[in-house]
Design a protein around this ligand. Structure first.
Ligand SMILES: Nc1ncnc2c1ncn2[C@@H]1O[C@H](COP(=O)(O)OP(=O)(O)OP(=O)(O)O)[C@@H](O)[C@H]1O
Ligand SMILES: [Mg+2]
Length: 246
């Protein structure tokens, strides 16, 4: 059974076609990177997988169940693209991470000791345990980003969906973060779908890469996809030069 499957999916904002005939399957345990230029529909595709948007045509399945009927949303952890965050959210780091656990216990129910343990483990994983009682607004941008990664991890997800999670992380933490993702994927068999512009990093981490530009223009192993020819086609000449792939 696939973790995620998109079948002949179309999506339009105000009659402007954003995604066209997308067919994409993500196997359980896979690490898929989604790349493509700005405005190519990556974040939109992610929101369709999360049931936050509805396709104009076609279908989305999560663990074999149509999104319309899917109820186990706690099995999905989501780190939205950074611009979407409201960093003035009046809460502590610990409280933000704990919201990731609400889907498991049901809204209005109190978190039990085991839930707080998962929250603390998630904070530990992103190196924020010592800052857990600080208000989110007092943290740096990169630390806030880590709090939102902890929120996604606190739900103990089976599928982790990350939309450009590395933006704002400094080099040292980005390295730890990528190691953490690989560990979650390899050791806990968590399915990962990550949107990223960092082609040199996804080339090392992802098992499969899908390139989007309204249509799915290519998908395959990093070796097959990250060729100078493809990158020129996707991003233009300068980009593959910057990525050191010439
Ligand atoms: N709420 C919205 N209403 C109307 N159009 C939108 C909306 N959100 C996004 N769009 C448009 O849909 C297209 C795809 O946007 P999307 O955010 O999915 O791109 P992206 O590939 O994630 O880009 P980026 O790399 O910049 O994050 C863009 O043309 C964008 O302007
Ligand atoms: Mg985006």
């Amino acid at each position: 059974m696939n973790a995620v499957e998109l079948r002949s999916m179309y999506f339009a904002y105000n009659e402007k076609l954003i995604l066209e005939n997308i067919n994409l399957s993500v196997e359980k345990g896979e690490f898929l990177a989604l790349i493509g230029p700005n405005g190519s529909g990556k974040s939109t595709l992610v929101k369709l997988v999360l049931g936050l948007l509805r396709p104009a045509q076609g279908q989305v399945f999560i663990f074999g169940t149509s999104v319309d009927r899917f109820r186990e949303w706690h099995r999905l952890g989501y780190v939205p693209q950074r611009a979407a965050f409201d960093s003035h959210f009046p809460a502590t780091v610990r409280e933000v991470a704990a919201t990731g656990r609400f889907g498991r216990v049901g809204l209005g129910h109190r978190l039990r000791q085991e839930d707080w343990k998962s929250v603390e483990e998630a904070l530990e994983m992103v190196g924020l345990l010592s800052l857990q009682h600080r208000p989110l607004i007092e943290l740096s941008g990169g630390q806030q980003q880590r709090a939102f990664i902890a929120r996604a991890l606190a739900s103990s997800p089976d599928i982790l969906i990350l939309d450009e999670p590395q933006v704002g992380l400094d080099d040292r933490y980005a390295y730890d973060f990528y190691r953490l993702l690989q560990q979650l994927n390899k050791e806990q068999r968590i399915t990962i779908i990550m949107v990223s512009h960092d082609v040199s990093v996804v080339g090392q981490m992802a098992k499969r890469i899908a390139c989007l530009n309204r249509r799915l223009i290519c998908q395959g192993s990093p070796r097959d996809i990250l060729t100078p020819h493809n990158l020129n086609y996707i991003y233009g000449t300068e980009y593959s030069a910057v990525a050191g792939l010439h």
